[in-house]
Design a protein around this ligand. Structure first.
Ligand code: AMP
Length: 456
């Protein structure tokens, strides 16, 4: 299958050709036809599957086929949890829309609002935003969502984990009912299902798990170590194995800072990205890491979410995550694009319960590596002990952290096959055949039969 067979307009096909996308990924092949038909969508997929193009291309296609005369209005709103992901989605949209007369902008907090207001005044068609800053600018009267036709919630589970649910509901209240809505989430806990019921109209469901070989290609190991020795062990591994690019995960922002400081004292340059870092600092660290001029990046899960860097050879879990799905997500940062990768997890005397939950979800015991100077039998013997109740501080939204993930689906399925795609439609389609927005263009066109335009 190629993109032309998905019936996308020529300017999009030209852009994809230029970017070098030849074959649609499974989620693109699954999602794009239904979205072109105007269906709402509930997608279970994570970053790395190509989902950004899966939801962006059909929206761009619909907008291109139904151009509006000026002034520009926000016709598409894409909400996501973090600044990095917002910036990444926006970069992709700019690439895909390079031959279209469509203006997009990205909006997030932590930076001055002035330039964002200026762009809004000039007029935008697509807004990619994090919920907090968007609500701020709505309340100041700078954003009008009354013309939105397409709504995307990306990484919805993470937005809920971060406590954005009330913000999201406030934003939804500003958007016309008659729209096409898409909700993507890596897990499907009850809270997401509830939100999707309120937000989506007879959605088509698409579920894509990345190729299981991605995880299988990762060499996982586990090191038992006392909490007080973890930073020493990290320095030891980096010096011994000399990895080109290593991503270190810590549960807390302060933990990240302490790791960077310790590595610095040990002569290893590292930078941290987490919610307390300014946008500039986060972007700088990421850019250096991407380029390869920075070897060690230390991150919390919130900040690392959505980062697409393809050549990370080591992922080190200095702290085990308290949500087992997050472990799978973290180690998936290495071994991307089918390359092998190394994932090392440290387990201290208090993390036994976290480890047991992780091993349960990945359905295997992680190979224990005792061949290092910090191996601790005490930490190992406490594997069965309960983890501390204290939860991590995840920054904004800590006010309403709910760990529903235990009820949700894991990030990766355990299917024996390569990649799994389920595709099922909502039960009752109603008169509109499940298409909430079938008349959204004002001329009631049937999108299946519409002619492709080539002039934009
Ligand atoms: P995403 O899951 O949207 O973050 O995409 C993951 C990575 O895959 C990004 O670097 C995309 O540019 C890339 N990508 C998405 N779709 C395709 C495709 N059809 N062919 C090649 N690369 C793709």
């Amino acid at each position: 299958m190629d993109f032309a067979s998905l019936n996308l307009c020529q300017p999009l096909l030209d852009a994809l050709d230029k970017i070098g996308y030849v074959t649609p990924t499974p989620i693109q092949a699954e999602a794009i036809p239904s979205l072109i038909e105007g269906h709402d969508m509930l997608g279970c997929a994570q970053t790395g599957t190509g989902k950004t193009a899966a939801f962006s291309l059909p929206i761009l296609d619909a907008m291109a086929n139904d151009p509006w005369s000026s002034p520009r209005r926000i016709r598409t709103l894409m909400l996501c949890p973090t600044r990095e992901l917002a910036a990444q989605i926006h970069d992709n949209i700019q690439q895909y829309a390079q031959h279209l007369d469509i203006h997009s902008m990205v909006m997030f907090g932590g930076v001055s609002q002035k330039p964002q207001v200026k762009i809004l005044r000039r007029g935008v068609d697509i807004l990619v935003a994090t919920p907090g800053r968007l609500l701020d600018l709505i309340s100041q009267g700078h954003v009008d969502l009354s013309h939105v036709q397409f709504l995307v919630l990306d990484e919805a589970d993470r937005m809920l984990d971060m406590g954005f649910i009330r913000d999201i509901r406030k934003i939804l209240a500003q958007i016309p009912e008659n729209r096409q809505s898409l909700l993507f989430s890596a897990t499907m806990p009850h809270s997401i299902v509830e939100l999707s019921r309120d937000m989506l109209h007879n959605p088509v469901s698409v579920s894509i798990t990345p190729e299981s070989t991605t995880v299988e290609a990762i060499k996982q190991s586990l090191m038992f170590v006392m909490k007080s020795d973890k930073r020493g062990l990290l320095t030891h591994i980096i010096k011994e194995e000399n990895p080109e690019k290593v991503l270190v995960f810590s549960r807390t922002k302060h933990g990240c800072n302490r790791i960077v400081k310790q590595l610095g004292q040990d002569g290893i340059k590292a930078l941290a990205i987490h919610g307390n870092k300014s946008q500039g600092a986060r972007e700088k660290a990421l850019a250096q890491f991407r380029k390869g001029t920075l070897k060690v990046l230390v991150a919390t899960d919130v900040a690392s979410r959505g980062i697409d860097i393809s050549d990370i050879n080591h992922v080190i879990n200095l702290d085990l995550p308290n949500e087992p799905e997050v472990y799978v997500h973290r180690i998936g940062r290495t071994g991307r694009a089918g390359q092998g990768g190394i994932a090392i997890a440290f387990c201290d005397e208090n993390e036994g319960e976290y480890l047991r939950r992780i091993e349960k979800i990945i359905r295997q015991g992680i190979h224990v590596d005792t061949d290092h100077p910090f191996h601790s039998e005490k930490a190992k013997s406490r594997k069965g002990n309960k983890a501390p109740k204290k939860q991590q501080n995840q920054g904004r939204g800590q006010r309403q952290v709910r760990n529903d993930n235990s009820k949700g689906q894991p990030f990766f399925g355990h299917s024996k096959g390569k990649s799994k795609g389920n595709h099922s439609r909502g039960n009752s389609k109603g008169k509109s055949g499940g298409k909430r927005n079938s008349g959204r263009s004002g001329n009631n066109r049937n999108r299946r039969q519409r002619k492709r335009r080539t002039r934009y």
